[in-house]
Design a protein around this ligand. Structure first.
Ligand code: SF4
Length: 280
């Protein structure tokens, strides 16, 4: 069956083949011969646009709306279908139930290990919560790739074991993202930083850390402390600004976030604060 995929917006991970479309159909879209059209929605704030897209694309072929924002559980992963080639998901779900997170609500809190397909950018919800056998299969797959891996799905520091770190070191990732979302993450992050450093990982490279900020009750001061803590633990922070269900974000928080989402400006902030721990 020939399926076209439509995405409300382009991101780094959007497929680029000739059956992947962004937004509204154009003059030539009617010439595309497909059996079905899937509108894939990642972010809940794109759902109203997806409804409009549904009406327009339905005139071309039978159309469905799906994707994480609809609350639909993910199936087995098909490389290149809803994510660009190279991106890969080998497990879905997470045993944690973080208050702000949609993963366990959508995928369940029982983690599902999927057949491991080829790719080099791991997007699993919580790879380190998988069984050792599954993680070893993923590492073996990554070792076969011609490209160095990225771990952009978010690694849970509390689940990091010394054997993972040895394997990570062999894989020599370009970037690996941990997460500092709740106060419970702080201590494990510092512990993970120590194990990684002992295995030869440099401070802040390739170690990164998604850091949730701007949620109800958060302040600039508290957020800055957590962001600097990431650096002290050995990770380059990447601020992730909290959004409510409708996707709204406070403009003051947007201004605060911007310099904390880019390594160059984070370095400048650390230098200013005299806590830069860069190692070459
Ligand atoms: S650990 Fe990550 S994936 Fe799991 S519930 Fe928390 S935020 Fe979501």
């Amino acid at each position: 069956m020939k399926i076209a995929r439509v995405f409300p917006r382009r991101t780094n991970s959007t497929p680029v083949d000739n059956l992947a479309f962004i937004g509204h159909p154009d003059l030539f879209s009617g010439l595309v011969e497909v059996d079905k059209i899937h509108i894939s929605v990642t972010f809940s704030w794109d759902l109203p646009d997806a409804e409009k897209l549904y009406k327009e694309w339905s005139e071309i072929a039978p159309t469905e709306i799906g994707g994480p924002a609809t609350g639909q559980r993910g199936d087995d992963f098909t490389p290149g279908m809803y994510l660009k080639k190279g991106y890969v998901i080998t497990s879905r779900g997470c045993p944690n139930r973080c208050w702000f997170c949609s993963v366990w609500r959508r995928e369940g809190d029982t983690l599902r290990e999927l057949p491991v397909t080829e790719g080099w950018n791991i997007l699993d919800d919580n790879l380190l919560a998988c069984t050792d056998d599954h993680i070893k299969t993923v590492f073996a797959m990554l070792a076969r790739q011609k490209k160095r891996p990225f771990f952009t799905g978010g690694l849970e520091a509390a689940k990091l074991k010394p054997w993972h770190v040895k394997e990570f070191a062999k894989l020599n990732p370009i970037e690996m993202f941990f997460a500092y979302d709740t106060p419970n993450d702080r201590e494990p992050l510092f512990e993970a930083g120590k194990i990684l450093k002992a295995e030869g990982f440099k401070v802040c490279h390739p170690l990164r850390c998604y850091t949730l900020i701007g949620f109800p009750g958060d302040t600039f001061e508290k957020a800055e402390t957590r962001l600097f803590d990431c650096v002290k633990a050995g990770f380059m922070p990447m601020a992730m600004l909290y959004r409510n269900q409708s996707g709204e974000r406070d403009s003051n928080w947007i201004r605060f976030t911007w310099p904390w989402a880019r390594p160059a400006t984070v370095r400048a902030k650390c230098k200013e604060a005299g806590i830069w721990l860069a190692e070459k």
